[in-house]
Design a protein around this ligand. Structure first.
Ligand code: V47
Ligand code: SF4
Length: 388
C-alpha cells in the first residue's frame, strides 16, 4: 500500500479518532505506545490494522519475502520440565517413551545433507539432564569440522539456562564456551508469555522472563544474534502480549541483537491444555499485524509455516510478515505432535517460492543473518537455482 492510499484510509469517516492517531504515527514512522497496541488489539478492524502493518512491511522490505534452506535436529524429546502446552516432551521419569539421539545419529543427520545447498541447522529439543554442555559442545565441534560453513542456530534460552546451571557456569561463560565450539546464533523459543502469573500456569518450572531476557542480552553482547517468540492464543490476555512485546522492544533498543520476531500460535492437541480452544484465523492475523506495528525495532517478522499451515502462513504475508522460515524437512515434531496441519513439514524450494509468488510477493533466499543468496525474479534462472 502506498502512502497516499494509507492516508486516504486513515481519513476515512468510518475510522475512529483514536485509530486515526495511531495511523498518523505509523505514517510518520513514530513508535506506538502500549495503549495504542491495546486499542489495535481490542477495537481496530482487521482490515485497518492489516493495512498499517503491511505499510510498515513494505517500507522495510518492499515485496521481498525471505526464506532459507534449513533442517532441524531434535536431539531428544525427554524433558525435565512439564510445560502444560507441550505435546512433545516425555518426562524424564518416563524416558523410555521418548527418543534420545546419539552423537553418531545426529552426525548422520548432518551428513545426509552433504552436497545439498542447506545453509542452516536448527538444533532444539527437550531438556535432558544427561545431555550436558560438554556433550553439546562436542556436537557443535563435530558439525563445524564436517561442514564449517553451516550456520548453527541452536538451543533455546530454556535449554541454555539448564545447561549452564548444571555446569555451574555463568551465562557469559556458558555462551562463550558454546560460541567457541561453533554456536552461531540462538533461536527464539522458550519465551512463551513473560508475565509471571501466566508463566506459573503454563510453564512454572522453567527459566523466568528475567533469565530468558538475560541469556539473550548476554548472547547479543557476545556478538551473537537471536530471535524472539511469543506463544499466543491460550489463556493470556492482550495486555500480557503487549507486556511481553514491551520487554522485547526495550532489550532490542539496548542491544540491537534480535533478527526476527515469531508469534507462535498455541495448538491444543494432546497436551494438558487441550480444553483451551485455539484462536481463530482473524485473531492470528491480528497478532501478526499488531506485533509488526509495535515492534518497530525488529527488522523481520516470521510466520512459522509448519505450525500455521501453508495457506495461513501465506496470508500472514499481507499482515506484516516478511519471512517464511525455511524449507525444513520432516524432522521437526514439536508442532506435528501438537496438532498442526503439517504432519510432515517439508517444502521444496520450488513450493515455497510458488507460495510466496502466489501472494504477490518476491521470494528471496537468505542465510540465517538475512544476507541475500538469490532473488527469485526471473523464472528461467530461478528454476535452475531452486533445483541446485
Ligand atoms: O518454545 C511448544 C512452542 C517453541 C506448542 O527462532 C508450541 O527461528 C504452539 O521457538 N503450540 C519452540 N507452540 C519452537 C521455536 C521456533 C520455531 C521455529 C523457528 C524458531 C526460530 C523458533 O515451540 C517453544 C514453544 O513456545 N510450542 N508446544 C504448542 N502446543
Ligand atoms: Fe520441555 Fe520445551 Fe516442552 Fe517445556 S516446551 S516441556 S521445556 S520440551
Amino acid at each position: 500500500m502506498n502512502r497516499s492510499a494509507l492516508e486516504a484510509l486513515i481519513n476515512d469517516s468510518a475510522i475512529s479518532d483514536e485509530l486515526k492517531l495511531i495511523g498518523e504515527k505509523v505514517l510518520a514512522g513514530t513508535r506506538i505506545s502500549d495503549e495504542d497496541a491495546l486499542v489495535l488489539f481490542e477495537s481496530s478492524p482487521l482490515s485497518y490494522t492489516g493495512a498499517l502493518a503491511n505499510y510498515i512491511r513494505e517500507q522495510k522490505h518492499g515485496l521481498k519475502t525471505y526464506f532459507n534452506r534449513n533442517f532441524h535436529i531434535e536431539p531428544t524429546n525427554v524433558c525435565v520440565f512439564s510445560c502444560a502446552f507441550c505435546s512433545y516432551s516425555r518426562l524424564y521419569a518416563k524416558r523410555e517413551e521418548g527418543w534420545e539421539l546419539s552423537m553418531d545419529q545426529m552426525m548422520d543427520l548432518v551428513k545426509a545433507y552433504d552436497g545439498k545447498p542447506i545453509t542452516e541447522v536448527h538444533i532444539v529439543g527437550g531438556v535432558h539432564p544427561k545431555m550436558d554442555i560438554r556433550f553439546f559442545a562436542s556436537l557443535l565441534q563435530s558439525i563445524k569440522a564436517h561442514r564449517p560453513d553451516l550456520h548453527i542456530k541452536g538451543f533455546t534460552a530454556v535449554e541454555l539456562d539448564y545447561m549452564f546451571r548444571k555446569a555451574k557456569l555463568s551465562r557469559q561463560e556458558g555462551l562463550q564456551l558454546l560460541k567457541d565450539a561453533g554456536l552461531d546464533s540462538i533461536p527464539g523459543g522458550g519465551a512463551e508469555i513473560f508475565d509471571p502469573e501466566i508463566r506459573k500456569q503454563i510453564c512454572a518450572d522453567k527459566v523466568d522472563a528475567a533469565g530468558w531476557l538475560d541469556i539473550h542480552a548476554t548472547a547479543h553482547r557476545l556478538g551473537m544474534h537471536s530471535n524472539a517468540t511469543l506463544l499466543f492464543g491460550h489463556i493470556e490476555s492482550y495486555s500480557h502480549r503487549v507486556d511481553h512485546m514491551r520487554r522485547l522492544r526495550e532489550l532490542q533498543d539496548e542491544t540491537g541483537g534480535y533478527n526476527t520476531f515469531i508469534p507462535l500460535k498455541f495448538r491444543n492437541q494432546d497436551n494438558d491444555m487441550s480444553d483451551v480452544k485455539e484462536s481463530t484465523i482473524i485473531e492470528d492475523m491480528k497478532m501478526y499485524a499488531v506485533s509488526r506495528i509495535y515492534l518497530d525495532n525488529f527488522p523481520h517478522m516470521k510466520a512459522y509455516w509448519p505450525m500455521l499451515g501453508r495457506q495461513n502462513a501465506q496470508l500472514t504475508l499481507s499482515f506484516g510478515v516478511n519471512d517464511m522460515d525455511g524449507t525444513i524437512d520432516d524432522s521437526t515434531r514439536i508442532y506435528s505432535m501438537a496438532g498442526s496441519e503439517e504432519k510432515n513439514p517439508a517444502m521444496s524450494t520450488n513450493e515455497l517460492v510458488n507460495l510466496i509468488r502466489q501472494s504477490g510477493k518476491i521470494a528471496v533466499e537468505r542465510d540465517t543473518l538475512y544476507n541475500e543468496i538469490h532473488v527469485f525474479d526471473s523464472p528461467a534462472a530461478d528454476e535452475l537455482w531452486a533445483k541446485n
